[in-house]
Write a new protein. Sequence first.
Length: 589
Amino acid sequence: MTAAPVADGVTGARTLTVRYAGGGARRGPVTMGQANMIRCILRDEPDSINIHDVWPVPDGTAMDAALTALAELAARHEALRTTFPYEEGGAAPAEQVVAPAGSFTVTVLDHDALPEDPDTYAEAVARSARDTRFRLDLDFPLRLRIIARAGRPVRVALAASHAVTDGSALGVLRDEWLALLAGEPLPPVTVTPLDLAAEEHTPAGRRRSADSLAHWEGILRTGPQAMFAEDGAAGTETDTPGLTLRSARGGRALAAAARRTGALPGTVLLTAWCVLTAHRAGQSVCVAAVPTSNRFRPKLARSVSTLSQDALLGLDVRAPSFDALLAKAWGAAMNAYRHSRFDALALWELIGRVTTERGSQFARDAVFNDISALPSTLAGATAPDAHTPELELAWGEAQSLPTRLLTFVYQTEPVLRLATWADPVLFPRPAAEELATGLVRLLEAVAEADVPLDAPGPLTEVTGVRPVERGPEWTRVDGCWVSPAAVAAALTEALGGRPVEVVVEGADGDESGRRLTAYIGADERTWPDGALTPEAAHTALMTALPGRPGVLAPHRYVFVEGPPRHPAAARRILSEGTGRSREMPHDHR
């Protein structure tokens, strides 16, 4: 290993080149976790998909020792020596290449005196390092900044490519970094990304992925297409400020609720979040993405690789009480976690097929990410408090996120610490704060006694959170909240201005029997013109569906002569069909 200073023209900063060697050269297919994250990296902005951490440096550590430890980590872990052959604009990389040797750069930010709060400063440095995209085919996957005082390192602030690391992997690297600086031996590496890829391609691995896809399909076909289908919900991304909650009250209540119910604190918190989210959204089922580290097996616990993927939770919150819901939430969560390793490309093909057949649009608009049990991540967010507030709320900067409600749980005891990003159109600041404090109030009530859930009134009284009010034009169809008027408007737009009327049929019966029928005005003089078919209408509407959570595609498209508002007896049906199959439309001329 060598370190050579390179001037970068910034006062107080210099760039060092660190070389490493000793590993083996390998290549093979990407893992399921890598493929999933690569897809996000190619789609999302770097500051939203890159991850970061801050590592402490023991007092007295020399710069050479710090650089040597970083080089040893690179030689030890194949993930840090991995690139993905890729051509800009081409298909997503499907292969990974592990180099036997190489180099990376470290930027040293030297100070005569450190800022008053070095941890907050290091967190800001690490977060800023996320802003630049990693090149999958070229870059070392850690962007390293050493914060030094008079030439001595005091913190390592870094950003990491999510293609080769996740939060747990950064925690493992952080622990090994400290062990190396302390001169402690490291355990053997148990599994590499290429080992995982080989395992995933076995018959057992393919069956596990197929089972996961079947789990997702069941929820995609029956659950609400979006948790927040309501007036004002629009677009696929929201510019959302973060709200941080720190509460000693919440920590005490969560611990007491876990003791009273005999459940794990994490399960109690997830159940409370789900029931409150569903209550606010007026939904009977909470569908949420619940990212999981996928490190259940001992050999994966210390793996430096990207294992984290979404678990999809579909929790029916219809229960007489919180305790009854908690009893089934454990099983629902475990079922979701068991089915969180899958082929990401196959999943998105499944999502495309199922949503086209159902006429829905999968919206990952509710996300709950509990990272409180990870070994060490997001150091700035989880640093110990100088004080322990009973309940404190603080607003942060806005971020552009493809969700409507995202909650990160950083700490559960002794202080409950979480951050929530809520769509400001649906959750103005008072409503977002009401949601955060309502969660604490619910935990406090559950700590004392079981809470009834068989009607919305008691939950509103306990939490202060009221269900959304939807106008009379909204109805529930196929498990989803739908606005027929919005469906008609979207279909009119998709068909270039053709008049459309959407009606709900079977509305007097059970919700499961309700169906949407679209009557589309046509003119026999121009019929058929090649574009006016149920298949074409359905395809056009599905293209327009993203960002319209209150729009579900009609179950039937009926082209009628003249304006669609004519009474049914006066309508002359020209063609009709579901638009979901390749069979010829029925021609009634």
